[in-house]
Write a protein that binds this ligand. Structure first.
Ligand SMILES: [Zn+2]
Length: 333
């Protein structure tokens, strides 16, 4: 048993309380490798932004859970080395799908876990979520739960259609489970293809797809039911067209990739939405930078020469999100 507190990590409780009061959101960035982690920590340290490092099941399979945990521990020390006196870093399990997995993360030094039982019938979602909460809270680990189903694909989580969260269920769910935050479905979606062209309109000038707006009426109804309760948005990459264009112009093939406009995320961040998950955007930045190097220097074979630029571009992306979209800069001095 390792407590996250010994590792210098924090849970989400205070982060979220401050974010709701302050009208901003905490970035939750997924990481799978060293370059991504370096970019996240550098961006967070430089902007003094609290940050949530997310580990998905796919990341655990790819990079190994033990290694990821030590990397997060190293990230705290790295942040201090960068001059961030009091780093506010949370290590969070993204889309935990069983009690056993959540328990192993709690026991292993994670400061926050998500139990995603949203695909189960309502009562079963409550029962499983409560079981995780009861265990995690013994160790002061915070728990994110989910109600409603997002469309799209994220590692092993996928669904063809979305079902918006039902506002009339949230009080009962939050009360009976004791969860610390709630991921809701209001039209965000996992992956780089969040909407089909049929769901979108096209900008007559650029020919680019314009996605349907998020269901802010559902968000408002949820906030009315649960005033001051931390809300989480998954699948909130904006799929920057500059990266998509970089990829497509260097031999890639991402036709009609489309995300959530940043304007809408900015609006959400000012509400009770206090955690916004961003993963696909950094994958796109990484891929765009690597492709650019290969296109310009076909003889390059030193991974540092293409992973380095990828790291730089991801760092730029993270800073942009922190400062211009979530507003979390300067909130963890
Ligand atoms: Zn997700």
């Amino acid at each position: 048993m390792v407590s996250y507190k010994e590792l210098g990590l924090v849970n989400t409780r205070e982060m979220f309380a401050k974010a709701i009061k302050g009208g901003y959101a905490i970035p939750a960035f997924n990481f799978n490798n060293m370059e991504q982690l370096q970019a996240i920590i550098k961006a967070s340290a430089e902007t003094k932004s609290p940050v949530i490092l997310q580990v998905s099941k796919g990341a655990r399979n790819y990079a190994n859970q033990t290694l990821l945990r030590y990397m997060a521990q190293g990230a705290v020390e790295y942040a201090k080395e960068l001059g961030w006196e009091h780093p506010q870093i949370c290590l969070h399990l993204d889309h935990g799908d069983s009690f056993e997995l959540c328990k192993s993360c709690v026991d292993f030094g994670f400061s926050s876990v998500m139990i995603d039982a949203s695909h189960l019938p309502y009562e079963e979602n409550i029962a499983l979520t409560k079981k995780v909460v009861d265990y995690a809270h013994q160790y002061d680990v915070t728990v994110e739960a989910e109600l409603g189903v997002l469309a799209g694909v994220e590692d092993e989580v996928s669904s063809a259609v979305s079902h918006y969260t039902k506002p009339e269920e949230v009080v009962d769910f939050a009360t009976r489970t004791g969860c610390d935050s709630l991921a809701i479905s209001i039209g965000t979606s996992h992956g780089a293809y969040k909407f089909t062209p049929e769901q979108c309109t096209r900008d007559p000038k650029t020919g680019k797809l314009v996605p349907p707006p998020l269901a802010f009426d559902v968000l408002d109804a949820i906030m009315e039911q649960l005033p001051g309760f931390p809300i989480v948005l998954h699948g909130s990459s904006s799929v920057p067209q500059e990266y998509v264009d970089m990829i497509n112009s260097t031999g890639g093939k991402l036709p009609d990739a489309v995300g959530i406009p940043e304007e809408q995320l900015r609006k959400a961040a000012k509400s009770a939405v206090c955690k916004i998950n961003i993963d696909s955007d950094s994958r796109l930045a990484f891929t765009a930078a690597v492709r650019k190097v290969f296109a310009e220097k076909p003889g390059e074979f030193d991974p540092r020469k293409y992973c380095g630029p990828a790291r730089d571009l991801m760092e730029e992306l993270y800073k942009h999100k922190i400062i211009n979209v979530l507003g979390s800069n300067g909130k963890a001095e």
